[in-house]
Design a protein around this ligand. Structure first.
Ligand SMILES: [Zn+2]
Length: 308
């Protein structure tokens, strides 16, 4: 409090007490204390209650209810050091809490650009770092369209096997990998092929530039439906398996990364076949929260085009 204000308040209270004492002394024994005190109370209240600092107290009090610093917690530090992504998310209090902390800037220890983490976001404005990144551990899932499908990050291949088994159990047939990991060099060929065929603008809408593809992380799977003969990547969205995956993929840690209506945010046309693994805890929060893009999920800006 301003010292001058404190002095003024003390002076006011002192004068009020003196005035009350004087009035009390003047009053006869039958006078009620209420009738004596009233003018004094009104005067002191009108002086004391008005300072703006007192008026703003409730708002200040609300704002100072501190949100815990998750990155400062021992459980989070330990989980980050041990490398288990699910454990990190759990230490934050689950997928929804993790998302909220990241999206509000309350998780500086979480790097959305770390290519080994389930929470990596790569898009047209967020290239991989390093640009020629390659995952350490790759394996083929049980079902692949042919030898050209390529592997996936080992844990993602296992998750795809579980997804396929789940689809089969639900009666929509199995799900096979059409295209998984693509190296930086492969992406150079894929992208330049699309650009050569369709031109720069359409090529950018159909294929990622090298160093900007989720396929380079081993966490993206273009899938096909194999209920009574396998279909193609392009036909997947119209199959029962395509509908089932859109509804249930999150249970196995997958999201459909590029959905209809989100091109202004993702920069890609809808690709019902392109699944991105983000782990079960985060995929659950993504599904429960009704999110349509990873950018939205983590509070990142839209990435409709390459910069420059
Ligand atoms: Zn894809």
């Amino acid at each position: 409090m301003d010292p001058r204000l404190r002095f003024r308040l003390s002076l006011t209270i002192g004068l009020a007490v003196a005035l009350a004492g004087a009035l009390w002394a003047l009053a006869d024994g039958s006078a009620s204390s209420r009738s004596v005190a009233d003018p004094v109370t009104v005067k002191s209240a009108s002086t004391i209650a008005m300072p703006p600092t007192a008026k703003s107290l409730p708002a200040v009090s609300l704002r100072t209810v501190a949100v815990a610093d998750p990155c400062g917690q021992a459980a989070v530090k330990e989980a980050l050091a041990s490398g288990g992504d699910d454990a990190v998310v759990a230490a934050f209090g689950g997928g929804a809490a993790f998302r909220a902390a990241v999206a509000t800037g309350n998780a500086p220890c979480i790097d959305l650009g770390d290519p080994v983490r389930d929470w990596l976001v790569v898009n047209k404005t967020r290239p991989l770092n390093p640009l020629a990144y390659a995952p350490a551990s790759l394996s083929e899932p049980s079902l692949v369209v042919d030898d050209t499908a390529g592997p996936l990050r080992t844990d993602v291949a296992q998750a795809l096997d579980a997804l396929s088994a789940g689809a089969d159990a639900a009666g929509v047939g199995t799900i096979a990998l059409g295209s998984g990991y693509r190296s930086y060099d492969t992406q150079v060929q894929t992208y330049s092929g699309q650009v050569a065929t369709y031109g720069q603008a359409k090529g950018d809408a159909l294929s990622a530039r090298p160093g900007h593809s989720e396929h380079q992380t081993g966490m993206a799977a273009d899938v096909i439906s194999c209920g009574g003969g396998c279909g193609t990547i392009d036909s997947f969205g119209g199959t029962p398996a395509g509908a089932w995956v859109a509804e249930n993929g999150w249970r196995y840690g997958f999201i459909v990364r590029y959905v209809a209506g989100q091109t202004p945010i993702t920069g890609y046309d809808a690709e019902p076949w392109h699944l991105r693994f983000i782990g079960v805890p985060l995929a659950t929060a993504y599904h429960d929260g009704g999110f349509a893009t990873l950018e939205q999920f983590f509070g990142l800006p839209a990435a409709p085009a390459y910069p420059g």
